[in-house]
Design a protein around this ligand. Sequence first.
Ligand SMILES: [Zn+2]
Length: 303
Amino acid sequence: MVHVKKLRKAAAFLLIAVTLVLAGFMPKAAAAGVTSAAGLVSTSSGALNVRSSAGTSGAILTKLYAGTYVTLITKTGSWWYVEYAPSAYGYVSADYIKYVYGTYAVQVAASSGNLNVRSGAGTSYGVIGTIPSGRTVLVLSESGGWDRVLYNGTATGYVSTSYLKSLMAWPAPASHKINQYFSSAHNGVDIGSSVHGVAGDSVTAAMAGKVVYAGTLDGYGYVVYINSYYNGQPIQTRYAHLMSAPLVSAGAYVGVGQRIGYMGNTGESTGAHLHFEVRLRNSSADCIANADSTPVNPLNYVK
Ligand SMILES: [Zn+2]
């Protein structure tokens, strides 16, 4: 009986371990229904195939046409995982997708349950759809209290800005331990590793955006800077003391929740942790200098 019990325990442990590993590899953002970034289909002729897997051998699920927007979730190699219809997902070749920089994800928070989508920026325009509260959409542009949004994968329309809430995802999915809070002497928060002192937890992008620095820098050790927008405000997130060289390079565009490196102990650090910063940028430029941004308390932004 002891052996059976042990086997059962081992089997249960294995199941949990496998589930955790799979969860780590699954495009988490899609599962949570979290929108990441907007892409513009830019085929020179014909349509872009949406496939069931990240390769030309994947079955064709549908086609997208040049000039249409599509919701990008996360990038794997040269393929984007996209939402192409409400809660329907597939892969497209990144060669034919123009990343629309400057868009940002927001969550619909309408008290009545559904938010009206209109054909233009104002209540005089007709209602062309509705978006349920809790759904995330992407802001493509803003004008006078109305935002043009991308929703349901490829649909666009106008919604009132007052029912939208900006989103930032937690950058260390395996741990919510705070070892050190933000202060005038500490520009970010320190997030402890899931197992004390052990490096290797995934570090993921808190917002979709453009990698403007990836490498070693001063006391940061291995660090990644990502420039994004939060409610239209240019913002920068920094992820420091990574275990090893980042998984992304400067110039790359990343999706929210995309793994960019592993929690570690490089630079001026005493023990494995993530030093996470949120900084308000002074301009929309691809700045990286400290003087070009102001650090703010990440816990006022991140979920
Ligand atoms: Zn720190």
